[in-house]
Design a protein around this ligand. Structure first.
Ligand code: ZN
Length: 161
């Protein structure tokens, strides 16, 4: 997803309220670098909560979240924690842990699977069962649809048992 730096209305007013041109420039520069960091892979990685896991999975999670729309990204930062597990392809639990959603993924989870699990969380689907078999078909379809809207598409691989 391509992001272009633009001052918000409030930021513009703040900059305009400064008397010194130098100070205006410095404020804009620091807002720009903050913006660029937030929209970089490093910024995404910095904001995510990923419990220790293989580097490959960590990288895939960061890349996936990096490609999400801004508002969804913030939702993930505020509500989701990621964990690597070996048994299930992807599981989305509502737990009374540090964050409302614990997203469990296999080490080889694809970007579409990760986006799919995030979509379940975003839609408020609560399941303590592995997904897909425990998922209602309706929830399953809604999650794929939402992930598709974000630009992640279901792999050809059949996910229904
Ligand atoms: Zn699912």
């Amino acid at each position: 997803m391509k992001h272009n730096f633009r001052l918000t209305k409030e930021q513009r007013e703040f900059v305009n309220s400064q008397k010194s041109e130098n100070k205006k420039k410095r404020i804009i520069e620091s807002l720009r670098s903050q913006y660029e960091f937030e929209n970089s892979l490093e910024g995404t990685a910095y904001n995510l909560k990923i419990l220790p896991c293989r580097q490959k999975l960590e990288r895939t999670i960061v890349q996936t979240v990096h490609e999400l729309p801004k508002r969804v990204k913030q939702f993930v930062y505020d509500n989701c924690e990621f964990l690597s597990i070996s048994r299930f392809e992807g599981l989305c639990l509502d737990v009374n842990a540090r964050y409302p959603w614990l997203i469990m993924l296999r080490d080889n989870a694809s970007k579409s699977t990760i986006a799919h699990e995030i979509a379940h969380a975003r839609l408020g689907h609560k399941t303590a069962e592995p997904c897909p078999p425990g998922d209602s078909e309706k929830n399953e379809r809604a999650a794929w649809q939402l992930a598709g809207k974000w630009g992640f598409h279901k792999k050809i691989k059949q996910r229904i048992n």
